[in-house]
Design a protein around this ligand. Structure first.
Ligand code: ZN
Length: 132
């Protein structure tokens, strides 16, 4: 199974909880055991797993901006978004999540986030379920 999940972001830096969409895609597949692979083809986005608590989400957005502050980056001379590319280095472009009995093996507080780093934009996430 290979699906493309399209999302629309609303801010420059935004953590978007896509857990429900990924669960729905998996449920529709009827595969019992395996892994879900999520992959973003964009160079100014990321994927991560963390808790979806409003204050923490604001903290995560803030810390990325603080870790990579705007500066005189060379890439800004050709495309004014070097900070967005550099922030994506911290997050990475893929996730692998095991599932069992057609249910994702997420901890109680774990949620899947797509991270926009140069929004707002429309983005595509490739989702594959691989059977054991
Ligand atoms: Zn760029």
């Amino acid at each position: 199974m290979r699906e493309i999940l399209q999302v629309k972001t609303r801010k420059k830096t935004e953590f978007l909880d896509i857990t429900r969409e990924i669960r729905d895609l998996l449920a529709g597949e009827g595969i019992k055991e395996g892994v879900m692979v999520l992959y973003t083809r964009h160079t100014t986005t990321g994927l991560t797993i963390n808790e979806n608590e409003e204050g923490l989400v604001a903290d995560m957005e803030h810390i990325l901006e603080k870790l990579v502050p705007p500066a005189d980056y060379r890439h800004d001379r050709v495309d004014n978004n070097a900070d967005s590319h550099l922030r994506s280095l911290i997050l990475g472009q893929h996730l692998v999540i095991p599932f069992s009995n057609n249910i994702l093996d997420l901890g109680s507080w774990q949620r899947i986030f797509f991270v926009e780093l140069d929004g707002p934009r429309t983005r595509n996430i490739i989702v594959k379920a691989i059977r054991d």
